[in-house]
Design a binder for this molecule. Structure first.
Ligand code: AMP
Length: 386
């Protein structure tokens, strides 16, 4: 018998996304090798970890020689690093696609080209730009860094025009390095995300739309399939497909949308597996992690249908007591193995059920046992209302 060589997936960034990718890769016979700049990166608990900086060319070249394909758990990997790797090994999503998703201005411009409306926005490089943009867009508005922002970081909300000084004091110093963007604040009815996957052969699939709730800019709760999406699923899928094809995107990505007056508006695109898709691990036939591994390795994609209904709680800062989740029917505990720290994503739990009545029951029961009624409240309300 000839010896067999298992494919090796290289992952840049060693957080919980890399950890869940490596866990999904294993049953496919795919080994993972993770690079992170810190030695206790939590993916290192489930896959070999190379400790190296994004600028450590020698270490990255050696890493590239050990893997069949490179992907990301972290979208802010510097473009130079991605390009350097792409000269040595297949990198998916490609550095060009990553570059668009790294820049809020390029991303929103692309959304419009693809026919997806966005909140009004203007690029801001100077204090004068901010005054001009505020006069045009009005208040309330949000000033954001164009690059390196995520989970509400690098953002300042302007309630009135008088907040311009405070906004500039908070973010003006970053205008030169990263550029800024001013966006109209959208009093949206709902936040939805499309989790989509495109294979190396162009095959494209989406999971059912997910509804999301954020606290201080960080995802707190997801519900999938989002209730009452009969008129939204098809246009959202079509927009995600257009975007993916324009970027020749390979792998999983998330398109975050606002719903305002029943219409979709584009907020941002995350060029990677996404927090609002964690429910797919237990709630869909193939998870976002498994399909990302399949996509970047050129394997056929798995079925993205939901098994029933799912809700996901995000655990931020520190983990609550696991017992009420472990004891509940069809509820699933995920501990990322991280040290507690304010604002840090340390785990999540997904609760599944065959119908809305039973999901409400299970969700409310777990939330109550954990003293988290407030966190579950919006999803329970949404399920009961629709
Ligand atoms: P982002 O990092 O841009 O996804 O922002 C994090 C969260 O802040 C979003 O999921 C929204 O809940 C909120 N947000 C961001 N931009 C806007 C906007 N233009 N209008 C209203 N809410 C926003």
């Amino acid at each position: 018998m000839t010896a067999r060589r298992q494919p090796v997936l290289g992952i840049l960034g060693g957080g919980q996304l890399a950890r869940m990718l490596a866990l999904a890769a294993a049953p496919l016979g795919v080994k993972s090798l993770v690079v992170d700049s810190v030695a206790d990166a939590c993916a290192g608990q489930v896959a070999p970890l190379v400790v190296a900086d994004w600028t450590d060319d020698a270490a990255l070249d050696h890493f590239a020689s050990q893997v069949d394909v490179v992907t990301f758990d972290f979208e802010n990997v510097p473009a130079d690093t991605a390009h350097r790797l792409a000269k040595r090994v297949a990198v998916f999503p490609a550095p060009q696609a990553l570059a668009v998703a790294q820049d809020r201005l390029a991303e929103k411009t692309l959304f419009r080209e693809c026919g997806l409306r966005t909140p009004d926005f203007q690029a801001i490089d100077t204090r004068e730009d901010l005054d001009r943009a505020l006069a045009a867009i009005g208040a309330p508005a949000i000033l954001k860094t164009r690059r390196l922002g995520y989970d509400g970081k690098g953002q300042f909300r302007l309630r009135t025009l008088g907040d311009a000084d405070a906004a500039w004091a908070a973010l003006g110093a970053q205008a030169a390095a990263h550029g800024l963007i001013l966006e109209a604040f959208v009093p949206f009815e709902r936040e939805l995300s499309v989790i989509a996957v495109r294979g190396r052969d162009g095959e494209f699939r989406t999971w059912p739309l997910t509804q999301n709730w954020h606290t201080d800019g960080v995802l707190s709760l997801s519900l999938a399939p989002a209730p009452d999406i009969a008129t939204l699923q098809e246009p959202a899928t079509a927009l995600a497909r257009t975007l993916a094809e324009k970027l020749d995107y390979v792998g999983v990505f998330a398109l975050e949308l606002f719903v305002k007056d029943g219409q979709l508006l584009g907020n941002e695109m995350a060029p990677r597996v996404h927090n609002s898709g964690h429910w797919t691990i237990e709630g869909a036939l193939a998870s976002q992690f498994e399909n990302h591994v399949r996509a970047v390795l050129g394997l056929p994609l798995g079925d993205t249908s939901a098994r029933g209904l799912s809700a996901m709680f995000n655990w931020i800062g520190e983990l609550p007591d696991a017992a009420p989740v472990l004891a509940a029917v069809d509820a699933h505990w995920h501990d990322y193995g991280k040290q507690p720290r304010p604002g840090r994503k340390v785990g999540h739990a997904t609760v599944c059920a065959p119908d809305a009545t039973r999901l409400v029951e299970r969700l409310a029961g777990i939330a109550h046992a954990l003293g988290r009624d407030q966190q579950a409240g919006p999803a329970v309300g949404e399920l009961e209302r629709r």
